[in-house]
Design a protein around this ligand. Sequence first.
Ligand SMILES: Nc1ncnc2c1ncn2[C@@H]1O[C@H](COP(=O)(O)OP(=O)(O)O)[C@@H](O)[C@H]1O
Ligand SMILES: [Mg+2]
Length: 265
Amino acid sequence: MLGAQQNLSAQKLQSLGDKISAVLNRSMQVARVYQCGSGGNNPSHFVAETTTGEYIGLKSSSRGGVANGDEKERLIAELASALDAPNVCKVSAITIDEIAALNGRGVNAIEWLEGGTSLDRLPAATANALKNDPSAFLRQYGEWMSFGLLFGTNDKHSGNWVWSAATSSLSMIDNEDSFQSTCGVQHLYLGIDSASSRVLLKQVGHGAGNGVELARGLAAMQQKYHDRSAQLQSILGSSSVATFASSWMRVSAADIAATVFPQLA
Ligand SMILES: Nc1ncnc2c1ncn2[C@@H]1O[C@H](COP(=O)(O)OP(=O)(O)O)[C@@H](O)[C@H]1O
Ligand SMILES: [Mg+2]
């Protein structure tokens, strides 16, 4: 459900493709450009469809109440890559003048998850299939949830998670409002109900049923964080966010599931 197709000349589509190819470091051509069509940043958010059917977001953070959103969105993608989070959507800074609304603004080119649909728009058949077997979803969700707690990624309503049924891939998106030390489990748990039930998971606990998968993901990410914390601190240190710390950084991989589960509902 993209927004209106933009009226761009062949020449502008060509130069846009060249610029995206340069920042993403691989060659592509842009066939069409649409307004994104949803989200608080919609007036400054467009999507380029490539000739091979990929989607590249062209997003400039403009929503009220978010400071340095473009830089934060890039930094989160870099940290997530360093932690091998599942299906990280690559984010690179880009400067473009082919789309009037983005002229003179800071913009990120964001590689959309192939075949991805945000959880608020899952077709009924996909949602049913997920509820029948949420294990792959919950394993990945656990990793992203731990990651989100570590780096304070606020604003994770169900529109800010994308699922590809074809490849059973989950990604956490829209990370402009990150590095918020008040971010807790309740800011990150909403997507779970698209595939499972938070109430049930809380009841069953982290040692049984589907809870095991969520717990595995949580522990896996927390372990990676502790193993690689020097590298992550150096990534943080090279940005203006330099000093971010959250209390979740002190939780061990062994304790993370037991800390999160009681707060799921
Ligand atoms: N990386 C992505 N992969 C797949 N779909 C995406 C991606 N980024 C954005 N989208 C789609 O575009 C919508 C709006 O993008 P988002 O970054 O959340 O904008 P906003 O900051 O305005 O909320 C999402 O809800 C999702 O449907
Ligand atoms: Mg959003």
